[in-house]
Design a protein around this ligand. Structure first.
Ligand code: KG4
Ligand code: ZN
Length: 362
């Protein structure tokens, strides 16, 4: 039997086996991760090797170093995921892998490894969109959660408000016009002299600051447009710091961090609440690395509650990049459609869906 025939019959068998095991690999940025999923939502293992110490001295991810580290680690991380799940490759029924968006060299490591495994074992392969993975982190946290709902995806590379019409049917309601939310956190953190990754460190610093200390405002974010913009806020922080420096006034980093965080959270909350109401959603979910931010979780939870909506956000272990979320999204993709061909390639700017809002590609 050819590989294509094996993959098709394997996919059919997978759909008919409620306790099938799926192995997922994630290598889109600075985490090498693998996970084994049973059925649709039962995580048997989550293995991860983080590259944070590797990139820390450069203040951000160095793509070439990231790719090399993935190459060195992927085999061990996959083996750990299998061991922790008490499984061997012979027990696995399907292989899922992130194929975009992300760093091309980093993505290629996971994609090549997953293709090799699928081919060697005659297993169906399924390519997963990383953003769909972040959204699926909510399914792992709430066993009863099903589409439709609206999800704010705020990560280091993307900030989207997505209408999740079905497990594999997305409509982009709004998005950032420039910097992603996590990117803005990271850039401002850098200006404040905080180590990479900036987001969590800025949140920590903001805890001791006064959010009303600095008047930070992005006028675009007051507009009724479902899109938002963060690069102006970042520039405003830089300008305030330069002005203070020129006048010889001291800068209060904790107050700056708190004021910046407050402005970002206000925008994300207002825009996603408005989009959810306009879409007639009864559930608002949060996903992506920035979903680990406690102040954002609290702000969205309060806004959703006041509007009579359910609010969902991922368990902390599923917030930043991991392979469990890729496994879950891969499961639903395999249930709904054909497996990916062995010609599957890394797509660094892979879109989740076409942009419904303003006619541009997402
Ligand atoms: O989703 P993710 O792990 O990777 C991408 O797909 O981009 O998101 C990483 C981003 C980084 O920008 C990081 O600074 C941000 O999420 N982040 C946070 C927090 N934890 C992670 N931003 C604000 N507050 C946090 N607690
Ligand atoms: Zn991510």
């Amino acid at each position: 039997m050819s590989y294509e025939q094996l993959a098709l019959s394997g996919a059919k068998a997978y759909r008919e086996k409620p306790d099938a095991l799926l192995l997922a690999i994630e290598s889109s940025c600075d985490e090498t991760a693998a996970s084994v999923l049973r059925g649709s939502r039962e995580i048997l293992s989550m293995a991860v090797h983080t590259q944070i110490p590797l990139h820390q001295k450069y203040g951000g991810v160095v793509p070439e170093l990231a790719s090399r580290s993935h190459v060195e680690r992927v085999g061990g991380v996959v083996q750990k995921a299998l061991d922790d799940a008490g499984a061997t490759l012979d027990d696995i029924n399907a292989v899922a892998v992130t194929y975009g968006p992300g760093l091309v060299g980093a993505l290629l490591v996971g994609v090549s490894y997953a293709k090799g495994l699928a081919y060697a074992k005659g297993l169906p392969l399924i390519g997963v969109n990383h953003i769909a993975g972040h959204i699926a982190a909510n399914y792992l946290t709430y066993p009863d959660l099903e589409p439709p709902f609206v999800c704010l995806v705020a990560s280091g590379g993307h900030s989207h408000i997505v209408q999740v019409r079905d497990y594999d049917d997305f409509v982009l309601l709004g998005r950032t016009r420039d910097d992603a939310a996590g990117e803005a956190f990271d850039k401002v953190a850098r200006v404040l002299g905080l180590p990479y990754p900036g987001g969590p460190n800025l949140e920590k610093l903001a805890l001791t600051g006064d959010a009303a200390a600095y008047a930070l405002h992005a006028p675009f974010n007051d507009s009724p447009s479902p899109d938002f913009s963060f690069s102006g806020l970042k520039t405003a922080v830089i300008n305030l710091m330069h002005n203070a420096e020129q006048k010889g006034e001291p800068i209060r980093p904790a107050d700056m961090a708190a004021s910046f965080q407050h402005a970002v959270i206000k925008t994300l909350t207002n825009k996603s609440l408005r989009a959810s109401l306009e879409a007639g959603a009864s559930t608002l979910a949060l996903a992506g690395g920035v979903s680990a931010n406690m102040a954002l979780r609290t702000s969205l939870a309060q806004a959703a509650e006041a509007a009579g909506m359910r609010f969902c956000c991922p368990d902390f272990r599923f917030c930043t990049d991991n392979a469990a979320m890729i496994a879950c999204a891969g499961h639903y993709a395999l249930m709904a459609g054909a497996p990916s061909p062995l010609s599957l390639n890394a797509v660094p700017n892979l879109a989740l869906c076409a942009y419904g809002g303003h006619g541009e590609a997402g």
